[in-house]
Design a protein. Sequence first.
Length: 262
Amino acid sequence: DYVGLSSQDLIKIATIVNGTERIVEQKPFSQSLNFVMQKGRIYNLIVDSTYGTYCFGSITPAQRTELGPFIITSLNFPEDVKVTYRYVLFYAYRDNYGNIIFQYQDKLGQTNSLTVTLKFINGTLVYQQTFTTNDLMLNLTSNENETYAIFAESQHASLGTLGWNDILVGKFASARNPWNLDILGSFPIPTKYLIPLLFLLCLMGCFSALTSAEGLFVTCVVAGVFAYIGWLPLSYTSIIIMLSLTVMYAIIQYKKKEGTRI
C-alpha cells in the first residue's frame, strides 16, 4: 500500500450473477481479511478507497492458493497522456512481470459507466468488465509473451461516449536452447553454449585477412542474435562494446588500405 489506506476504505469481493456484477461481501480495510468464496467460481477483488477504485482482476478459488502481492499506488499518468486528454485520462502499460495495468481518471467526476475490454490480437475476448467509478486502476494477469489489445469506453454525463484503445506488445519469447551436451561430461562452461561458440568461430574462419573487418561485424551481429534468443549468455552492453570495437577496427583497416594505395 503506497497511498495510505484507512479503516474507512473497503475491500470488496464481486462476482457475476445473471450477467451483472454483484458485490458478494465487503469489509473495512485491515491487515488481514477473510472472505468466503465458492470453489470454482470467478470473483473480482476490488479496493474502494478515497483515492479511487482498484480492481486486481479475477480470482478463482481452488485454482491457486496464493494471491498477491497486490500493490496499491496513486494514479500516475505520463506527461503525454496529460497533454492529450484534458479532463478524462486513459492509460495502459505492462509492469515488470508482464501484467497489464489500466488506469482511468475523470477529473470532472461525471462518469456514469466505464467498460474495459481486453482481447488477444486475433480478437478473442480475454476480459470484459463494466465499472461505475471516476478513478480506476485495473491489474490484469497476462502472458508476458502475448500481445493484447485493450479497449475502454466511458459513458460521460457531459462529454458523451468516449472511446479509447491501445496495443500492448508482448515480450519476445526466448527460444529454448537445444544444444545441451551434458551427456558428454563436464566442461569449464555450460555445454549448451559450446555449439553456438563453435559456430561463431567457424563463421569468423570463413573470412580472409582482406575481409576481416566484415567478418568481425557479421560475427558480432550473429552473436547478438544468439544472445537475444538465449543461446549465449552475453549482455547487451558487451555486444555494443564489441560492435564499437569492430567499427574502430574497420576504420583503421580502411585507413591502412588508403595509405597503401597512395
